[in-house]
Design a protein around this ligand. Sequence first.
Ligand SMILES: Nc1ncnc2c1ncn2[C@@H]1O[C@H](COP(=O)(O)OP(=O)(O)O)[C@@H](O)[C@H]1O
Ligand SMILES: [Mg+2]
Length: 233
Amino acid sequence: MKIELSNIHKSYFNKDAQLEQEVLKGISLKIEQGEALAIIGPSGSGKSTLLNLLGTLDKPTSGSISFDGKELVDINDKDLALFRNQKIGFVFQSHHLLPQLNVLENILLPSIAYGDKKSRKEAEKRAIEWLEELGLSNKVHQFPSNLSGGECQRVAVIRALINQPVLILADEPTGSLDSESADIVGDLLLKLSKEQGAALVLVTHSREIAQKLGEVYELKGGVLNGLGKTDDG
Ligand SMILES: Nc1ncnc2c1ncn2[C@@H]1O[C@H](COP(=O)(O)OP(=O)(O)O)[C@@H](O)[C@H]1O
Ligand SMILES: [Mg+2]
């Protein structure tokens, strides 16, 4: 697995100012199998924009995004959706669990869309194992409203990984948690993606959590600057 961003530009039309606003000004980045990198940067600097491009949820104004040498910008929306479901796991700041589904049903939702019976069974086994490991085995059939914010976010992490994606994209996943829960969720993301051999791109406000990843980048003024490798990497 290898993802390559090459000279990515992204502009939005700002309705208030009635002009184009260039948010990303030539971003190049390589992500290899199993790599873990953190992106920090001021609010409004384009971190979510960059993550959405990596996640094929949006397209760049110019530049190329390739996945194992295949140009993603050229793929049609239907194939892109299939690609996304199979290869990429997302975690957002709020957990986005569906309130009417229990914990297990929420986790298995991404595997229902495309999996056959056998892969669904395996996904269920994996989900229950991971919940047990996290001390959430008594919550399997509970609804999200009966869980704390930190517990919901742990469930959201498991859901993001259930299809065994090769790339995990996390957009400030610990931003709405107290520092203790934030550490638990941050460590869980790192541990599970490492175990699964998935690459992890984590946008975070927390330098402490960022330092735990192999490499830290800062997005500022539309450009991405490497702040160097940490000891773990
Ligand atoms: N869909 C959109 N339409 C217009 N402007 C947008 C859109 N999404 C983001 N922006 C603008 O792009 C800039 C970067 O936003 P964002 O990527 O969300 O930054 P961050 O995640 O670093 O806080 C902001 O000025 C924001 O207002
Ligand atoms: Mg953001």
